[in-house]
Design a protein around this ligand. Structure first.
Ligand code: CS2
Length: 508
């Protein structure tokens, strides 16, 4: 008889499985929780039990639990039961496989002490958020999970999930609906103040989510909106760790390293960074003991990371995919793409940034480029390419606006954005369809089909998407001209030749 893993691979029932009872017998090479997992209490409710949370915040929280048992995590899956089902027989335990050229290191994390699936455990979830022992309500649901308009950062009241939630008030399904229902339950139970910690790559993520939640609560119940304003804080955070999707090969590697089956391991690079605005409504874990930075102002860290790391990541994803690369490390090792990313950082992005305290921006950029080249980390260009409509504004367009306002060149940024348009138009250079995964994918397909291969019409159709470019950039002639020219060249000459010409033109 076989059991399903989070990735659909079967395990035999006779195989030893990672769990509280097998934990003591794991090989000594595996790092284990430095505390008794049975004694940990729940102090954090986290929405979005995906790989990123388990490889990032849960790891730092695991370190804190060694000295403070208050901060166990109740991890919530909003859409699919698979991770809950995989973790339940393992008592919430899973391995983080840290991969570098030196090899793979395995650490078993015990921080996730409870798993809830919204579909069947809504009442337990609301009771958890209302519990005064819970001080933190955090989230990792990706950019699109907040149902906002990416160009303005405001709640999109026409989003189907928001329309649904406002008309099915007892059964919200979106992150914002569930989060607000949790806050309402806490208010009703007199659970006290609470801190909402967004850990997604949104610009000013705390402020943005605060605005979205308050707008939603106002539509639901103005008294609730007032309670939130008085009792809930939304610190901004910058989160950073590269976490590729787990594959069957990773599951097999975890089994080898643990000498026990793990149905839900996660894979990550060695690097990890978490910068948190110190603005908590109540008690908080001492995440600084695990290396997090608690600061008064996250903005310079966040802008640096979104524009230098994520902006370059997306550049490599779109142009790299078109050039035939499956993995980010391959695209980063391509000489022309590597030069483009270096120029993008040095000539166009860094001049817009304010360096965070004691950070050297050039050194940070060089370190990011080195992280991307980690050949042990099979991070797919296709994975980073997802949801471009939600990512472009904070990764490229804020930089574009600032540069245009001061009359500066945007040549590299324009090529990166053209790469997105070329990719999102839905066919590769051999004419094969690309499975474009994006909330606006249907719009992209309509633009491409109406343009019937005419590059300038395709560019126009994309640049008219106000939800991405806003009214200002959409009507900026210099911006449109620069991007359209590169879209034309990508269609006419292909990515290789476009890159070569671009690099030759910008050689110092
Ligand atoms: C990536 C990020 O998928 C993406 O869009 O750019 O997930 C990136 O790996 C993380 O932000 C790194 O911290």
């Amino acid at each position: 008889m076989a059991r399903e893993t989070a990735h659909g691979q079967g395990f035999s029932m006779s195989e030893r499985r990672l769990s509280a009872s097998t934990l003591p017998d794991l090989p000594s090479s595996v790092t284990k929780p430095a505390y008794d997992i049975a004694k940990a209490r729940i102090g954090i409710v986290h929405l979005g039990l995906g790989a990123f949370h388990r490889a990032h915040q849960a790891v730092m929280t695991d370190t804190v639990l060694a000295s403070d048992p208050r901060w166990g995590i109740c991890g919530v899956s909003l859409k699919s039961k698979r991770v809950c089902d995989a973790l339940a027989p393992q008592d919430g335990l899973y391995a983080v496989l840290e991969k570098s050229i030196e090899g793979t290191r395995a650490r078993v994390v015990g921080a996730v002490r409870e798993m809830l699936f919204l579909g069947t455990e809504r009442d337990r979830l609301l009771a958890r958020i209302a519990d005064p022992g819970v001080e933190i309500l955090s989230s990792t649901v990706t950019e699109k999970g907040y149902c906002h308009d990416p160009a303005t950062g405001r709640l999109n009241f026409e989003h189907p999930d928001i329309v649904h939630d406002l008309s099915h008030r007892a059964e919200p399904a979106s992150t914002i609906g569930v989060l607000t229902a949790g806050l309402a339950a806490r208010r009703a139970a007199n659970g006290g103040p609470i801190t909402v910690v967004c850990c997604d790559n949104l610009p000013h993520n705390g402020r943005t989510v605060e605005g979205i939640v308050r707008a939603y609560a106002q539509a639901l119940d103005p008294a609730l909106a007032r309670w939130i304003a008085a009792n809930v804080t939304f610190p901004c955070t910058m989160v950073d760790r590269i976490v590729p999707a787990t594959t069957d090969a990773d599951i097999a590697e975890a089994a080898r390293l643990l000498d026990a089956a793990d149905a839900a391991p996660v894979v990550a690079e060695p690097y990890i960074q978490w910068v948190i605005e110190d603005r908590f409504a109540g008690a908080r874990p001492r995440w600084e003991d695990a290396g997090a930075e608690l600061v008064a102002d996250v903005a310079p860290f966040e802008t640096m990371k979104l524009r230098l790391l994520n902006g370059s990541h997306s550049t490599l994803a779109y142009l790299g995919f078109l050039a035939g690369y499956d993995f980010i490390w391959q695209a980063s090792s391509d000489p022309d793409l590597a030069q483009l990313v270096e120029h993008l950082m040095t000539d166009e992005v860094i001049p817009t940034l304010e360096a965070p305290p004691s950070v050297d921006l050039a050194a940070y950029g060089a370190q990011v480029r080195e992280r991307f080249r980690n050949p042990a980390l099979p991070h797919r260009t296709k994975q980073v390419a997802m949801d471009g409509s939600q990512k472009l504004p904070q990764r490229f367009l804020a930089t574009v606006r600032e540069r245009l306002a001061s009359g500066k060149s945007i040549a590299h940024l324009a090529l990166a954005i053209a790469g997105w348009i070329r990719y999102a138009s839905g066919t590769d250079e051999a004419g094969k369809p690309i499975a474009v995964s994006d909330p606006l994918a249907a719009k992209f397909a309509a633009i491409a089909s109406a343009a019937a291969g005419n590059a300038s019409q395709i560019a126009d159709g994309f640049l008219d998407l106000a939800e991405v470019f806003g009214a200002d950039l959409g009507s900026n002639v210099a911006f449109r001209r620069a991007v359209s020219r590169d879209v034309g060249s990508l269609f006419r000459d292909g990515v290789r030749r476009t890159l070569a010409v671009h690099i030759a033109r910008h050689r110092p």
